[in-house]
Write a protein that binds this ligand. Structure first.
Ligand code: GCU
Length: 718
């Protein structure tokens, strides 16, 4: 009897344990460290018997603990620390100058301040793996690199690796308000629990920092660009300090957004004029106070004179005068200013595409050395597809940093699967032709304007309090890819997707293969069902959720989708050639020439730069109208294809994550269809042309689509 009961009990326990092992909700991101097959475990184990590291240093301690945690998961045992090399399989986690490495010739000169080297060597006659940097954080990155290799099942027997980030500032911009509302956030509330800080520090802050460090991100702007001066008050700085203390061992600095009018709002001054000595003194004192509590504070991010934010233009001062005043306050402490170029005026009738260039290009060379101009991917606003921003290459004496949007404000929020790696690769690989061929956007970012000048990339974060961090399993890939591109702007989207898929879903090619295929075409599919052939900003008002191509009645012309499509009975598209707004003149002549001619402009940018008749003959031989309809349908079909692929993975992926993706794909499918139907219904009311054969008419009339309201769509204001 007892025996029987015991047998049942132990069977139940085994069942519970195996269930446990398979229950995944995405919290672990790409750092899942699930057990490798036994044969692989044995091979790795022989190489990784113990580690030696100066763990009294916080970053080395973090690295060592990550090594232990990772190996425990992957190969099933906890690697122990020893004072020195005790035999074969030692792992040395250390930095240049370590006495253990005396007499060993290692290429420290190749890895810069934050890079790493990993080398298999013989030391005291033992087989040793050295992971080292010129700094502790370099060694930490090296540990993550070794763990990645093991996650991917790659050999570690005779390693000779070096790698170093090509950009210095690799930051996430959190558009998080102090009440935890996240502007354009689709992943829950802000991670920062300001109410409980500083006395309670959520352990999740450490996991956030670990994840970032694993992909080389070294900064976090904690607050929204639509800034609140309160974060600069002493009581909030104490909270910021608590976060900085958690992040520091992981090589992550904190930054804050600086509201330009803070001297008035919290300082009691009458003005925020950057040339007023009292204002400059107030910011200097504020910077001193910040560095008094956070000695490695990164600096400020500023949105000024844009969409209602205060700025130097309020006092008839230039952006350079505003940025330099803040830069001078931070300079004694080594801080930087990231000044945003996302500026367009409510009074200016000029094509919005042109305004940032008009404003900033004449200021080239006028900014302090510790100012980075942060330029969005796209002169309009993070659209599913935009040509590269004309400022890249046009300000050779000013450090420019890229601003990508990781959160998918314009690409279907969290429920649409859209891998942004391909979009970012497209932008970064674009040739600016300034000063000549080959100076891609990536090269512009990577090349310091003079020796020691700062370089960088920012990503508007898609992270929130959701268990899966990003609002969906697949949006984690965009966080991951951002880190990889910030580390190396010349990396390849497909290679990144492969690594992510294998680490996140398992290293079985029958699983990761189809996943990578789904990802690689996914952004183009969104372009196709939302804004094909170079259309831009067709989203509904405010929240940008769903289609609104007919909207024409908003206060400012450039807020209306009709401003961008310029669709009428004659044709569609925004003429940005010399006969139109001439935005093309802001690009290098080679670029302007190629995009300015109908013969050479690629289809993907046709309507961005040209207004063409509905029966314009495309390269495919179809009329523009027929091509447009074909693209909308191709986008929807791609989503159906992803659904089919995903269905084929059932049983090969843990049930919870599989079901979540299945349900999200179903939402995406419905919404892609909605986009397609609503857009065709609207444009057909102008083109007056029949749908090409084989393409179904929208099931409802235009008014039906116009009547759809989604007032509570997330992310649009606090
Ligand atoms: C977009 C977005 C806003 C954001 C702005 C910015 O317009 O919709 O929410 O504040 O970009 O980048 O400043």
């Amino acid at each position: 009897m007892w025996r029987k009961l015991l047998a049942i009990l132990s069977a139940l326990l085994v069942f519970a344990a195996s269930n446990q092992a398979h229950a995944e909700d995405g919290y672990d991101l790409w750092l899942r460290y699930r057990p490798l097959p036994e044969s692989q475990q044995k091979q790795y184990a022989a190489r990784l018997t113990h580690f030696v590291a100066p763990t009294h240093r916080p970053t080395i301690l973090a690295a060592a603990e990550e090594l232990q945690r990772g190996l425990e998961g992957l190969i099933g045992y906890r690697i122990v620390q020893r004072e020195t090399v005790m035999g074969d399989g030692a792992v040395l986690v250390t930095t240049k100058g370590s006495p253990l490495l005396e007499g060993v010739d290692l290429p420290f000169d190749r890895i810069g301040a934050e890079g790493y080297l990993i080398r298999s060597i013989a030391l005291y006659g033992k087989r040793v793996t050295v992971i080292a940097g010129n700094s502790d954080v370099g060694a930490l990155y090296g540990v993550f690199a070794l763990l990645k290799r093991i996650q991917l099942g790659q050999p570690i027997d005779s390693l000779d690796l070096t790698d170093a980030p090509r950009l210095r500032v690799r930051v996430l911009d959190h558009w998080d308000n102090l009440d935890r509302y996240v502007e354009r956030g689709y992943a829950g509330q802000s991670l920062w629990d300001w109410q409980k800080l500083p006395r309670y520090s959520d352990p999740r802050y450490t996991d956030y920092a670990r994840a970032n460090a694993s992909i080389g991100i070294n900064g976090a702007v904690l607050t929204n660009v639509n800034a609140n001066a309160d974060v600069l008050r002493p009581e909030y700085l104490a909270k910021v300090k608590a976060l900085a203390d958690v992040f520091r061992p992981w090589g992550i600095r904190v930054y804050l957004t600086a509201r330009f009018s803070a001297p008035i709002e919290i300082g009691g001054l009458k003005t925020a004029d950057p040339l007023d000595p009292a204002v400059a003194a107030w910011w200097r004192a504020k910077a001193d106070a910040i560095y008094g509590v956070i000695p490695d504070f990164g600096g400020f991010l500023v949105k000024a004179n844009s969409e209602g934010q205060p700025g130097p233009a309020d006092y008839h001062r230039s952006h350079a005068e505003g940025a330099n005043m803040l830069a001078d306050a931070l300079a004694p402490h080594g801080g930087i200013v990231m000044w945003r170029a996302f500026v367009y005026s409510a009074q200016n009738a000029e094509d919005r595409h042109k305004q940032a260039y008009d404003e900033f290009a004449p200021l080239d060379g006028k900014f302090r050395d510790n100012v980075l101009l942060q330029v969005k991917n796209g002169a309009i606003d993070f659209q599913p597809r935009e040509p590269f921003h004309p400022l890249f290459g046009a300000m050779p004496r000013t450090p420019l940093m890229m601003e990508f949007q990781i959160t998918k404000e314009y690409l279907g929020f969290a429920t649409h699967l859209a891998y942004l790696g391909t979009m970012w690769e497209e932008a970064l690989a674009s040739d600016t032709f300034r000063p000549g061929r080959g100076n891609t956007v990536a090269r512009v970012l990577e090349t310091p304007v003079d020796a020691g000048a700062v370089t960088g990339m920012a990503g508007v974060a898609n992270i929130g309090s959701d268990r899966n961090w990003s609002g969906s399993q697949f949006d984690q890939a965009n966080w991951y890819a951002f880190g990889r591109f910030a580390w190396n702007p010349e990396d390849k989207a497909e290679a990144i997707a492969r690594d992510w898929a294998a680490m996140t879903w398992g290293d079985d090619p029958a699983v990761s293969g189809p996943i990578v295929e789904m990802m690689m075409g996914s952004r183009e599919a969104v372009v196709d069902y939302m804004t094909p052939l170079g259309l831009g900003h067709q989203m509904a008002t405010g929240h940008h959720y769903g289609p609104g191509p007919w909207i024409a009645d908003l206060a400012r012309p450039e807020w209306n989708p009709t401003y961008y499509s310029r669709a009428d009975t004659g044709g569609i598209g925004f003429d940005r050639t010399a006969t139109g707004s001439d935005a093309l003149s802001q690009y290098a002549p080679d670029v302007a020439k190629r995009w300015g001619s109908l013969a050479t402009v690629p289809d993907r940018l046709l309507l961005w730069f040209h207004h063409v008749p509905w029966d314009y003959r495309m390269k495919s031989g179809r009329t523009l109208w027929d091509e447009l309809v074909t693209r909308y349908d191709a986008g929807v079909a791609y989503v159906a294809g992803m659904q089919a692929r995903w269905a084929g993975l059932k049983g090969r992926i843990d049930a919870q994550r599989w079901a979540e993706v299945r349900d999200f794909l179903a939402i995406q499918r419905d919404e892609a269809q909605w986009w397609r139907d609503a857009s065709i219904a609207y444009f057909q009311s102008l083109s007056k042309r029949p749908l090409p054969a084989g393409h179904a008419a929208p099931p409802h009339d235009l008014d039906w689509y116009k009547a759809i309201r989604t007032p509570y769509a997330p992310g649009n204001g606090g």
